[in-house]
Design a protein around this ligand. Structure first.
Ligand SMILES: Cc1cc2nc3c(=O)[nH]c(=O)nc-3n(C[C@H](O)[C@H](O)[C@H](O)COP(=O)(O)OP(=O)(O)OC[C@H]3O[C@@H](n4cnc5c(N)ncnc54)[C@H](O)[C@@H]3O)c2cc1C
Length: 394
């Protein structure tokens, strides 16, 4: 163990990943989490081979395997006709190309695996109910004050405090994130409740006018994760009740009955309002930097937000290890390496969000392009799944 403590604000997937990566480099880390307990919400998350490689480096991939599901294919289907338009097979050729498998996992299992690994490291201190309120930098010391008055000094501070990061406001000051006008309803139900079992071993996305549905199984196939998203017309018109459950029904009314039927599996009790931000050009101020959603929040259309946060963590730790006690140098090198890749995810996710939700002639074109694509040439995702080496190849 070397040096003074590095403070991490936020104990989500990104905060735990960077804590673990820094501990592997022998650094002392204190994770300050606002919530009363370290945890995650109860839905699924997709993990590509790019992040599997990172999880392997962090030493947790093996422990996640029993809770993971390895779908046979990623399928894109038309939500109005239920026609399969294209697929990416996730078998041996995929694994040979990318070196790892694609898997899906319950968020609690992923977060729990990272948390357990953090608990095993003597370098890491985990503190809950410690919401960061403010921080100051003097010389080579960062002082953090928490909402409950507790104060900590460290050599550096990493803001892994999510979409609404107060640290981002101190570093960049760009205000609230951008509302996309997309609303998400989710549900995890026992597998035996699923009526249409024709694509049960796949990760399927149905895209339609202002809507899409995602389905994949979790926890060894015991449960099915269902996600229904709408691009709210009420939001675009500036009306009240944008994204409300009745708009969900309204927009899905045009979907094929077999697709619409999946709405029975999503809860109406809560929805998630999607946000992102335009890519920033600087996340670092002195010995303070940002990571994960605090740095580059993205829409979910490439399913890469958490994966980028984990990649961030691995790269950041590499740069810290290379820069000794010069955290500004380490953080500048880290952001330089992460900026274009994460910006590409943010902007490509916006594009795919449009591409999935089109109607009319644009839908005809989308379907023709999807049907015509070479299933053995995954150019759209190749740059992503090939991932990074630690020197940050794009
Ligand atoms: C519908 C949907 C589906 C998605 N699907 C995928 C997917 O399949 N694959 C994928 O990779 N990504 C996916 N994402 C994105 C992913 O959920 C996020 O990118 C990821 O969780 C970001 O992790 P994070 O650790 O940066 O932030 P968060 O998960 O937001 O964690 C931030 C943590 O900081 C804490 N915190 C907040 N404020 C403070 C403070 N002041 N002080 C201390 N702690 C604080 C919070 O309590 C929280 O624990 C999806 C997102 C959505 C909305």
């Amino acid at each position: 163990m070397s040096g003074r403590e590095i403070l991490v604000a936020g104990g989500g997937i990104g905060g735990l990943a960077v804590a673990l990566a820094l501990a592997q480099k022998g650094r002392k880390v204190r994770v300050l989490e606002k919530a009363a307990e370290f945890g995650e919400i109860g839905y699924g998350i997709q993990m590509g081979p790019n992040v599997a490689r990172m999880l392997e480096r962090l030493g947790v991939l093996g422990s996640l395997e029993p809770a993971s599901v390895f779908p046979q294919a990623l399928i894109f289907a038309d939500a109005l006709t239920n026609e399969e338009l294209t697929r990416i097979a996730l078998g041996d050729a995929f694994r040979a190309r990318y070196g790892h498998r694609y898997f899906v996992i319950h968020r609690r299992d992923l977060h729990g695996g990272l948390l357990e690994a953090c608990k095993q490291r003597s370098e890491i201190v985990l503190e809950s109910s410690r919401g960061l309120k403010s921080f100051t930098q003097t010389g080579d010391t960062v002082t953090v004050t928490c909402e409950d008055g507790a104060a900590y000094e460290g050599a550096a501070l990493i803001g892994a405090d999510g979409l609404w990061s107060p640290i981002r406001q101190a570093v960049i000051g760009d205000g609230a994130p951008r509302m996309a006008g997309h609303y998400v309803y989710r549900g995890v139900v026992p597998d035996e409740q699923i009526v249409d079992r024709s694509r049960i071993n796949t990760m399927t996305i149905w895209g339609g006018p202002d809507l899409h549905m995602v389905q994949y199984r979790l926890q060894g196939g015991a449960v099915m994760n269902n996600v229904a998203t709408i691009a709210s017309r009420r939001f675009r018109r500036g009306e009240q009740d944008a994204g409300a459950p009745d708009e969900l029904e309204e927009i899905f009314a045009r979907a094929h009955p077999g697709v619409r039927d999946n709405l029975r599996y999503v809860s109406r009790e809560r929805n998630w309002v999607l946000h992102d931000r335009d890519p920033a050009t600087n996340w670092t101020s002195g010995s303070v930097t940002l990571l994960g959603d605090a740095a580059h929040p993205t829409l979910q259309y490439l399913a890469q937000g958490a994966q980028m946060a984990i990649e961030d963590g691995v790269v950041l730790a590499e740069k810290v290890a290379a820069a000794g006690e010069d955290y500004n140098r380490a953080f500048m090198a880290y952001q330089r390496e992460r900026m274009n890749r994460s910006a590409r995810v943010v902007l490509s996710s916006r594009f795919f969000g449009e591409f999935i939700h089109v109607d009319g002639g644009a839908r005809e074109l989308r379907n023709a392009l999807a049907r015509g694509r070479d299933p053995d040439d995954p150019w759209e995702v190749d740059w992503l799944y090939k991932g990074i080496d630690v020197n940050g190849r794009l």
